[in-house]
Design a protein around this ligand. Structure first.
Ligand code: COA
Length: 272
């Protein structure tokens, strides 16, 4: 069994470690979601490099990894969000599974959350991912709800376009050019603003008629090869056809710490 000290942060300047982590994380995504998430964007590694550039205490991305003979063999990608530490990705190289690396990385996440003073951990796991689900449940995560991923039909040629105002096109284009994915804000309806994401040529919009309308309005400008939406719901089911389903899980920490720790290379020396 590995120990606590065997888990370390990967920093922005550690290109080899970062690339290995990015590859592992990309491989952990369920097959139904291939090409839809930022880990599969052409610049996923460059994005992580940029996200890990600020000083450790100023970042919102924390990459924690275990290495064997210098090689990254297990990684957790944590995102510091408003009220929780969110597990964006967790992956152990196939030949090292079942040896406690996943458990250690999650225990490490609990410690980070406490140190940051965050009161909960969150994650999404695909319903059919029995191993990962068992791991999370064993460690005390509880089901909070489901999310259903569904394709959004592209409107036929000649259909009237939904009127939209594009708010941050230049930033979106620059982000796509740098990382292969980008987030765009659009104003529609009665001044409502929605965010959409493109990974490669795949567009994610919000579920329902609003998302379909936005996809329609953007079709000419971004020419998506596929449009999908993520619909929050319960385990009971989803009224629309879906291609992937995830359980959202959460672990509340009864006694979060108050301090702030920077998760960089010299973690213990950087309490502020
Ligand atoms: C899920 C994953 C991270 C688990 O990491 P791991 O290092 O193998 O997990 P651990 O050795 O710490 O396992 C701890 C517990 O998790 C559960 N578990 C892990 N893998 C399991 C499996 N395949 N089937 C059933 N239970 C499993 C068990 O309860 C296990 O405890 P036990 O060994 O006492 O039975 C790893 O299998 C992995 O990388 N899978 C592919 C990517 C992935 O699915 N990532 C998660 C995305 S949400």
């Amino acid at each position: 069994m590995i120990g606590e000290t065997d888990i370390q942060s990967i920093d922005g300047h550690d290109g080899d470690g970062r690339r290995a982590a990015a590859r592992l994380l990309a491989a952990s995504v369920p097959v139904e979601c291939q090409g839809l998430v930022a880990y599969h964007a052409t610049g996923a590694d460059a994005y992580l490099g940029a996200a890990l550039s600020p000083a450790p205490g100023q970042r919102t991305v924390i990459l924690r990894a275990a290495r064997v003979a210098g090689e990254v063999i297990a990684v957790a990608d944590w995102r510091i969000m408003h009220a929780q530490l969110f597990l964006n990705g967790l992956s152990v190289r196939a030949q090292y599974r079942g040896h406690g690396y996943g458990t250690r990385l999650l225990d490490d996440g609990v410690r980070i959350a406490r140190d940051l003073g965050v009161s909960a951990l969150g994650l999404d796991v695909e319903v059919d991912n029995v191993g990962a689900y068992a791991l999370y449940q064993k460690l005390g995560f509880e089901e909070m709800g489901y999310s259903w991923w569904e394709d959004v039909p592209t409107p036929g040629a000649g259909a009237a376009r939904t009127p939209l105002r594009i708010l941050d096109w230049p930033t979106f284009q620059a982000q796509r050019a740098a990382y292969g994915f980008g987030d765009l804000s659009v104003r529609h309806g009665d001044g409502q603003v929605s965010r959409v994401r493109m990974v490669g040529s795949v567009l994610r919009v919000e579920p329902g008629a609003t998302g379909a309308g936005i996809a329609h309005g953007l079709a000419e400008l971004v020419a998506p090869s596929r449009v999908y939406a993520v619909r929050p719901g319960s385990a009971a089911g989803c009224a629309t056809a879906w291609f992937a389903r995830f359980v959202r899980m959460r672990m509340s920490l009864s006694d979060p710490g108050r301090g702030r720790v920077e998760y960089g290379e010299r973690r213990s020396a950087r309490r502020i």
